[in-house]
Design a protein around this ligand. Structure first.
Ligand SMILES: [Zn+2]
Length: 350
């Protein structure tokens, strides 16, 4: 729910685009290959040849045959380049492309790219060949680095520090967009629950907000119904430049079922309310006897601001930070007049 600060670590898999392109291009030029002997006779990039022409890599070679047999491989290669170059535009809905690969091609490519993702990405030789100037990192290491002291970027509830609760997966699902199986923009570390949603029924919506590229915190907001102790999430864009904002926010809420997963979180609102009350009371007692009416308002305002800054600093690192941040705003707008009157009355008695 907060934009991720994309450091170089997020781009660690940038090098894989060349590999994907190598494989797909080779398959376009060598359709219908049916044996490893045939593979060895074909031309390909030097990097690809390290694996494809080595008998040791049986599975790798098998997958090459699989890819070369895809009916719509030329289209798949075209779509890969298009999505790689226009990923953000597609996510934003400013470029509309329907992924129309036939079922069989999708199945075949999914099979191959799942293997690349699960096994090849963790292969030290693969790194050495395709990314020779960077230090080798396992997927687990990448995942741990990206999730260090962090909360899931989708739900803002679950800490993703523990590897058991962490997953790195494809934002646009591999079943429908297999050619993005290794593309860095499409790989996001999230909690297992949100990842489960991404995997379930291969659901996806476009256009949609993306945690690497959108200030989600300035687009979706929590609203609070105190009578019913109910939380709702609304979208009101505060960032004009974000295209198709309403639809994208709606799709994000729908995909991750955010309204549902927040429906049982009223106790977090109560806790935040009590915490703000306590902070104000403490501040009041510190200056008690030295305040007039205006001072009291300023003191209250300042206490809330301190808390808001605290929450902002913890954005993406503290569970429910966005909910609490929005609540502090609601709290300020609906200041408990009873409490203020009591403070003022007590001051006057002095
Ligand atoms: Zn999550």
């Amino acid at each position: 729910m907060w934009k991720s600060n994309i450091t170089n670590y997020y781009k660690v898999y940038k090098f894989t685009d060349k590999f994907t392109n190598d494989v797909l291009m080779w398959a376009c030029e060598n359709r219908g290959i049916s044996s490893v002997e045939e593979i060895e006779k074909t031309t390909m990039s030097d990097e690809l040849a390290v694996f494809a022409k080595n008998k040791k890599y049986t599975r790798f070679r098998k997958e090459m045959i699989n890819v070369s047999k895809c009916e719509e491989i030329i289209k798949a290669h075209y779509l890969f380049n298009l999505y790689k170059n226009k990923y953000i535009n597609i996510i934003q809905g400013s470029t509309k492309i329907r992924c129309t690969l036939d079922k069989e091609t999708l199945e075949k490519l999914k099979h191959t790219f799942e293997y690349y993702y699960k096994e090849l990405l963790d292969n030290p030789l693969f790194w050495k060949i395709y990314n020779p100037y960077e230090e080798y990192k396992t997927k687990q290491e990448v995942r741990e680095q990206l999730s260090k002291n962090r909360v899931c970027p989708y739900c803002d509830q679950t800490y993703i520090t523990s590897t058991k609760k962490t997953n790195m997966d494809h934002y646009l699902p591999i079943s429908q967009f297999p050619f993005l199986g290794l593309h860095w923009r499409n790989l996001i570390v999230s909690c297992s629950m949100c990842n489960g949603i991404l995997l379930k029924n291969s659901q996806w919506y476009l256009p949609i907000l993306h945690p690497y590229f959108d200030d989600i915190e300035r687009i979706i907001f929590f609203s609070f119904d105190k009578e019913r102790s109910e939380i709702a999430i609304i979208n009101k864009n505060k960032v004009k430049k974000i295209t198709r904002c309403k639809q994208r926010a709606k799709n994000l809420l729908k995909l991750f079922e955010l309204n549902e997963i927040y429906s049982g979180s009223w106790c977090e609102v109560d806790n935040e309310h009590n915490l703000l009350d306590t902070k104000i009371e403490n501040a009041y007692h510190r200056y008690k006897g030295k305040l007039n009416k205006d001072n009291i308002y300023n003191l209250v305002e300042e206490s809330i601001n301190i808390r808001r800054n605290e929450l902002k600093e913890k954005a993406g690192k503290m569970s429910f930070a966005k909910l609490k941040y929005d609540y502090s705003n609601d709290y300020r707008q609906n200041l408990d007049s009873e409490m203020l009157n009591w403070f003022i009355m007590e001051q006057n008695e002095k």
